[in-house]
Design a binder for this molecule. Structure first.
Ligand SMILES: C[S@@+](CC[C@H](N)C(=O)[O-])C[C@H]1O[C@@H](n2cnc3c(N)ncnc32)[C@H](O)[C@@H]1O
Length: 218
């Protein structure tokens, strides 16, 4: 699936987080490592290859794993520095990925264009998050899958990674409401150990979700 690369700047009304992420992604180490998220690896292992859209994908580790499994992958993120690191990693791994540098506030994937949507640690302000979740469901083809892992508010007390702000964290019930229209294979709140690069280390409070868009009934 080819997406229009609008190169749109973040909305003027929103604080611009791009400098923060560009600085983090310019550090020597891959911020969340160069291996895929454990939950994504486990849940994607049996899926048929198709068009995969990875939202807020940073330095590309999850999408590059999917490309190695045969998916046609688009990595979306607002950080050009992160996506440059993703292209380097993809080249070293010998896989091909498309990159799309834009703010999610300005991105609307076409309806029914993806077989798989991935959102790992996509922590957005609630109004934007709800809109992105809705458009993620709309962008799935019938039978398509969505795989997501996010920190819950319980993570604030653990302090082992993730945003330090309550409104960027999500309750499982809110997630289920925002992603309505999917049938759940997994929707679970957990505490689990995470080791992902220098920024995600230790026992973590997360919600894990894997949903399928129902096939059309005739
Ligand atoms: C914690 S990182 C996760 C990166 C990647 N998903 C991973 O698991 O390695 C959060 C990502 O969200 C991206 N992001 C934050 N706000 C965004 C927005 N409004 N539009 C697009 N990307 C955004 C950041 O640039 C960053 O790459």
């Amino acid at each position: 699936m080819a997406y229009a690369d609008s190169r749109i700047m973040p909305s003027p009304s929103a604080p611009d987080p791009r400098q923060f992420w560009d600085n983090r992604y310019a550090e020597a180490a891959y911020a969340y490592g160069d291996q895929p998220n454990d939950f994504l690896r486990e849940q994607a292992s049996g899926l048929a290859a198709g068009d995969a859209l990875c939202l807020a994908e940073g330095q590309g580790r999850n999408g590059i794993h999917l490309a190695a499994l045969g998916h046609r992958v688009t990595l979306q993120d607002l950080s050009p520095v992160g996506l440059e690191r993703a292209r380097d990693l993809a080249q070293r791994r010998g896989v091909s990925v498309q990159t799309l540098c834009c703010d999610l506030a300005d991105f609307q994937p076409p309806a029914e264009s993806a077989d798989l949507v991935v959102a790992i640690w996509m922590h957005l302000p609630p109004p934007l998050r709800a809109r992105v979740h809705r458009s993620a469901v709309e962008s799935l083809r019938p039978g398509g899958h969505l795989i997501l892992e996010a920190y819950t508010p319980r993570q604030l007390a653990l302090g082992t990674g993730g945003p330090p702000s309550l409104d960027l964290l999500i309750e499982p019930q809110t997630l289920a409401q925002e992603l309505q229209g999917l049938e759940w294979l997994v929707l679970e709140e957990r505490q689990r150990p995470i080791t992902e690069g220098p920024y995600h280390r230790g026992t973590s409070a997360v919600v894990q979700a894997h949903g399928v868009k129902p096939l059309m009934r005739v």
